[in-house]
Design a protein around this ligand. Sequence first.
Ligand code: GMT
Length: 375
Amino acid sequence: MRIGITCYPTYGGSGAVATELGLELARRGHEIHFVSYASPFRLRGFAERVTFHEVTQLEYPLFEQSSPYALALAVKQHEVAKREQLDLMHVHYAIPHAATAWLAKQMLEDEGLDLKIVTTLHGTDITLVGQDPSYYTLTKFSIEKSDAVTAVSAYLREETYRAFGCGQCDVRVIPNFISSADYHPATDDSFRRRLAPAGHRVLVHVSNFRPVKRVGDVVKIFAGVRRKLPATLVLVGDGPDRDGAEHEVDTLGLRKDVRFLGKVENVGDVLRGADLFLLPSATESFGLAALEAMACAVPVVASAAGGIPEVVEDGLTGYLAPVGDVTAMAERALRVLEHPDEQARLKRAAAAHALEFSADKVVPRYEALYEEVLA
Ligand code: GMT
């Protein structure tokens, strides 16, 4: 198949999933065309059967700060679909990608061409941004006009039905996946030694540091752990709440035991040095970062919110606690870190459970959906 993929290229789960999906599909023989304003952050180097098409925009004084990116994207999606004879356009994150794909489809229809649209809903496009009155009607419209819609968890599917109704849409759940080439358990202690002094337990958090991630809670949970045992907290990623988190670290006197790494490409190498992963988000449609940790045999302490319980099984692959309950999360973290047998049990179960979300199991479900849409 000839497949177009549009996603946000920036550091974030939806762009990561879209890019890994494109690369996996290309390995399976499909021709993949990424269309976005920049090359997705996980699309490094050359890959056979993969092409990136950059959306370029005219700068014009009249636009000031309202440069109409969505229109330029629709034009590029139309252009690429026509020139490369795409069978379908798979868009990740509904806003504005599903709407621009629909515009491209209309233009192609006028030229006697049929472009199918598959939309994957990832999270805040439904739970937050899409429900804002400024986007609601168009989000609902573009979901309903897609030829197929997927959600990354059952929670997100139910939230889509609840918030948008979507009388005629059949939202399928296809979970996120991980590639075992990048995310697999450590075979020795070398990654841990690079992250922390000998004798320290290593706690890791990876996110885009948006308010929904509650990075301040990560620091508070760590403070609770640090009071009881030697430990290092490693924070990966960057975003609006980084400064606040840095401030919290100083206020709590934790500076010498906390490392902010910023954005790193090889997150797997950091996770392989971890004893525990923290994800205390206010909500997550899925929690890809938790799955990546589990694939590296790292148990997770997270909030029991959104789709997280579909990924992290409470008491089996980690522990869940109510959003904001940093005392309970610190207590559960210590339960793992102070008991080697308990930690070993959780590590084994986390790695085994993550295999259920391997690319080999999940990507064929997208291929089957594409075939159904094109039939
Ligand atoms: O929704 C966001 O904040 C951004 C989005 C992204 O593009 O990074 O994250 C969502 O998609 C990920 C991949 O499907 C999920 O693993 C995240 O749970 C989800 N984030 C939220 O629901 C907050």
